[in-house]
Design a protein around this ligand. Sequence first.
Ligand code: TMP
Length: 212
Amino acid sequence: MACRRGALIVLEGVDRAGKTTQCKKLVQALQQSGQRAEMLRFPDRTTEIGQLINSYLEKKSDLEDHTIHLLFSANRWEQVPLIKEKLEQGVHLIVDRYAFSGVAFTSAKPGMSVDWCKFPDVGLPKPDLVLFLQLSPTEAARRGQFGVERYENTDFQKAVQARFQQLMRDRSVNWEVIDACRSVEDLHKEIKSRSKAAMDTAACQPIGELWK
Ligand code: TMP
């Protein structure tokens, strides 16, 4: 492959850390500088599997913990052909949550182990960079009321944060932690510069496989 593939860049963090805003700003900045970039988000609520997930998150349906975990994972796998195609075409993909949210949220539930939770996502396209927007759950709660969706409460978010910390100890993934407790513009500048470095490195490398 010529040195031209796009980079897969994931933004992770607890709710309200600013992931969605920053993903949008990064895509916009890349496009304005003449690069091809698109945003993806997980869960992708537009697919049939995504609609099951949406109904669960909105508490309109209840699903057994392993079952909903596997649906979140399937919702990523169904996008894999598209992800590979875009990256190979040289499009940078900026992704709002990925398998790390999958593992952090499910394994924060009683009786769910990190190892079991990782397994369905083993072999997904590996992100070239995972930016973790660090914000304490207390500060996140201060940024506004949590909504009414499942998982939107401070105690659960604290447990999720602890699972993210555990996942970040895995050096097979290119994690970078960013302090999200500052202005949208400052955060954007840092995210842009860290992403640029990852894009340059990714260009000549094959797409990796996550947790393999
Ligand atoms: P959103 O608010 O970014 O749309 O995410 C929806 C919720 O789903 C959020 O609380 C995190 C959770 N989640 C999982 O539990 N597992 C997953 O695999 C993903 C991607 C999100």
